[in-house]
Design a protein around this ligand. Sequence first.
Ligand SMILES: *Cc1c(COP(=O)(O)O)cnc(C)c1O
Length: 355
Amino acid sequence: MIFETEKIKNLPVDSIGELPKNKDAIKLNSNESPHKLPKEIQTAVLQELDNMNLYPDANCTDLKNKLAIKLNKDFSLKLTNENIFVANGSDEVLAFLVQAFFENCEKPFIFPSITYCPDVWAELYSAKYRTVANLENFQIDVKGLQTEECSGVYIANPNTTGLVLSLSSVEELVKFHNGKRLVVVDEAYVDFGGESAVQLVEKYDNLLITRSFSKSYGMAGYRLGYAVAHKDIINALSTLKDTFGIVGVNRLSLKAGETVLDYENEVKENISKINSTREWFVIRLHENNFITIPSVTNFVWVKIENRGMPAKEYVDKLKETGIYVRYFGSGWNKDWIRITIGTREQMEKVINAMQ
Ligand SMILES: *Cc1c(COP(=O)(O)O)cnc(C)c1O
């Protein structure tokens, strides 16, 4: 195939969880929220349909302004819209930043061996990278990430294991690299637990935080995410983005993002429902002798052993009952499955099926 170049052939394609064909399936394989948002958001989005003959604001000014107000309130800061970059999901922020800051570096950019998928973008942009093994208990090796032999660092906090690092550990890492290299903290799950590093942004000009509307806000379908950082970092990202022409976030997603920020209490209620359902579910798992990784997020890793079948088959069996969970199946998680926390009712069905 003439179009299957070496580059295309070797890309480590990332994918989301399988989309069930049956509408009644319980979909717990992509860490989506089971909760709906207030109707007012839909209404605002529907009204925006009237303007779809016009390009969206590529600078996302209104959303950035509202995010700055929110973050300043949450963390007593004085950020402006120059500290914020908005994109189609935090995935797109990450793709842009790998290209902007790590593409042509002599030294590799580094990240924990168990984390989200920065390797995908590194391969895409031919950026050198190296992973640092997680500790025995799956925790991130913060000391191991403190090395001069890198072009920058990526961590997710909370991590994709469900574990969280203390703010002081994150600060230690940012401080070590300050003045020399970028440290990226992916906070896709931070609303469920853990302390946000956003409060460090005014103190350190080498810190970039990515955040998402997909998980805690229950807006995965809109594809909306953002970065918070020193204005020079944001400026570099914006310049790169603007070379793509008039790209950016569409009007409906911008409107949804702007509107949901007026409904933070409702969002918080959904988050606390998920957290209490997770606590309930984990207790049931332990009662049934399942081993889990402690989680402060909207998912939990469960070890499948002594269940008369390997993890892969276990996931297929659950699927036969209409429950979709995630199996990644290579390396450390060969015997582990990842279950997103749905509604209490859904999780009761899951625990029944697992019993
Ligand atoms: C889901 C997820 C993302 C992607 O979020 P989007 O905003 O939907 O692109 C990024 N990082 C981590 C750790 C995630 O789990």
